[in-house]
Design a protein around this ligand. Structure first.
Ligand SMILES: NC(=O)c1ccc[n+]([C@@H]2O[C@H](COP(=O)([O-])OP(=O)(O)OC[C@H]3O[C@@H](n4cnc5c(N)ncnc54)[C@H](O)[C@@H]3O)[C@@H](O)[C@H]2O)c1
Ligand SMILES: [Zn+2]
Length: 355
C-alpha cells in the first residue's frame, strides 16, 4: 500500500506528514531522504519503546544514523520540567549537540515533551514525530504546540516548534487499547463537527474502513485550521476548542480521573445544546452527534458522581472569562463552526444541567 503524503507549510516551516502501513520499519529511509544529520535521540515512553523502539532503531542504524534512546515513564506526570532536565542531561552526556535531531516515538505525552526539548536544546533542533496513538496522529503531532505541565496547570510551559516530519504508521494502532483509541475518535468527531460534515456521515454510515485515509483527512483538517492561524492570533484556531471549554471543566471536576477525550465528548454534547440556543443548530443534528459519540463508546451523559455545580464554578472562575466576556465555539450546522460572543453564563449552566 502506498503511503499518503500531506504537505504542511506556513510561515517559517514546511514539512510532510506521511500516513500508511509499515512505515516504522522504513523510518530510517524516510528520514534519510530528508535529513543530512546523523546523531539523534529517540524519546519514547516505556510502552512505545517496548513495542516499537527496536524496528525504528534498526532502520535508523541501517541508514547510518547514530541514535541514543531515552525512555520516560508512561503518563501525564512525565510532562514535567524535571523530566525535561533529566532528558537534556542525558542528551548532553551522549554528546548530542546543535547538529543532532530528536525523534519522538509515542503518544501525545512523548510528542509534547520531546517537541519542547527540541525547541530549547541548543536553542532549537529539528523534531521528527512518530505518533503511536490515534490521538497523537490526528491531533497532537500536528500544529507545532509543544510543552509540559506546570504544578498548577496543564500545558502552561511550552513553545511553538513545528516538526520537520511526521510519520504515522497505522499498524501501531493494532496494539492500542480500545479506551485509548476512543480518545482519538473524540477529536476526529470534533474535526467533523467543525469542518467536515461528509466525514461525519461516513462515520455514521460505517463507511470508514481505510484507517490511513481517515487519519490523513484529519491531519489535513487540523493543518488547514492551524495554518490560517499559526499562533492563535486571529482566533481561527479557536474552533479547535469546540467542546473543550466545558470538557476541560469536567476534567477538573473529575480530578483528571476521566480521560480527556471522554470529557470532550461530554463537552461537545453540551456545546451542541448551546449551539441549538444560540446558533440555530437543529435538534436532529444534535441527536446525530450524540448517536455518533455513542457509536464510538464515548460518554454522552455525565456520570452522577461528578458534581455539576463544580463544573460550572470552574468555568465561572476561568481567567479567560474574567472580564465577563465569554467566547464560546458554536456550530450553526454540522461542518461549520464559529466563535460566538453572545453565549451567557446562564446558557452554560443550563447546558451542563442537561448533561
Ligand atoms: N500538542 C498538542 O497540540 C496536543 C493536542 C492534544 C493533546 N495533547 C497532549 O497529548 C497528551 C495525550 O496524548 P495521548 O492520548 O496519545 O496519551 P499518551 O501519550 O499518554 O498515550 C496513552 C497511552 O498509550 C500508550 N501507548 C502509546 N502508543 C501505544 C500503542 N501503539 N500501543 C499500545 N499502547 C500505546 C502510552 O504508553 C500511554 O500509556 C496529553 O498530554 C495532551 O496534553 C497535545
Ligand atoms: Zn482535545
Amino acid at each position: 500500500m502506498k503511503s499518503k503524503k500531506i504537505d504542511i507549510s506556513g510561515k517559517g516551516f514546511r514539512y510532510q506528514a506521511l500516513v500508511g502501513a509499515g512505515l516504522m520499519a522504513k523510518a530510517g529511509e524516510l528520514i534519510r531522504e530528508r535529513a543530512a544529520r546523523s546523531h539523534c535521540a529517540i524519546i519514547a515512553d516505556e510502552n512505545s519503546a517496548q513495542l516499537f523502539e527496536t524496528p525504528v532503531r534498526n532502520s535508523l542504524v541501517e541508514q547510518g544514523f547514530q541514535p541514543v534512546t531515552i525512555v520516560i515513564s508512561p503518563g501525564e506526570n512525565s510532562k514535567s520540567l524535571r523530566e525535561v532536565e533529566r532528558i537534556c542531561d542525558q542528551m548532553i552526556a551522549a554528546s548530542l549537540d546543535r547538529t543532532s535531531f530528536i525523534l519522538g516515538l509515542g503518544g501525545g505525552v512523548v510528542g509534547d515533551i520531546s517537541g519542547f526539548i527540541a525547541s530549547i536544546f541548543h536553542r532549537g533542533i529539528p523534531h521528527i514525530q512518530i505518533p503511536t496513538t490515534l490521538l497523537a496522529m490526528v491531533d497532537s503531532a500536528i500544529g507545532g504546540k509543544t510543552g509540559v505541565n506546570a504544578k498548577l496547570g496543564k500545558n502552561l510551559i511550552g513553545a511553538f516548534h513545528h516538526p520537520s516530519l511526521v510519520i504515522a504508521d497505522v499498524d501501531a494502532l493494532d496494539s492500542l487499547p480500545p479506551q485509548e483509541l476512543r480518545q482519538g475518535y473524540a477529536e476526529i468527531i470534533k474535526h467533523g463537527i467543525i469542518r467536515d460534515a461528509e466525514m461525519l456521515r461516513d462515520l455514521r454510515g460505517g463507511k470508514v474502513t481505510d484507517c490511513a485515509e481517515l487519519i490523513s483527512r484529519n491531519i489535513t483538517i487540523k493543518a488547514q485550521i492551524v495554518l490560517t492561524d499559526d499562533r492563535e492570533v486571529f482566533g481561527e484556531r479557536a474552533v479547535l476548542n469546540f467542546g473543550h471549554t466545558i470538557g476541560h471543566a469536567i476534567e477538573r471536576a473529575a480530578d483528571f480521573e476521566m480521560p480527556h477525550g471522554d470529557c470532550v465528548s461530554l463537552g461537545m454534547v453540551a456545546a451542541c445544546h448551546v449551539s441549538m440556543r444560540r446558533a440555530g443548530l437543529s435538534a436532529e443534528e444534535r441527536n446525530q452527534v450524540v448517536e455518533l459519540l455513542q457509536k464510538f463508546d464515548l460518554p454522552t451523559q455525565l456520570p452522577r458522581e461528578i458534581p455539576r455545580p463544580q463544573i460550572f464554578e470552574t468555568i465561572r472562575r476561568d481567567k479567560k472569562f474574567e472580564r465577563g466576556e465569554i467566547r464560546f465555539v458554536v456550530v450553526p450546522k454540522l461542518g461549520s463552526a464559529r466563535v460566538s460572543r453572545e453565549v451567557t453564563m446562564e446558557d452554560l449552566r443550563e447546558a451542563i444541567a442537561q448533561l
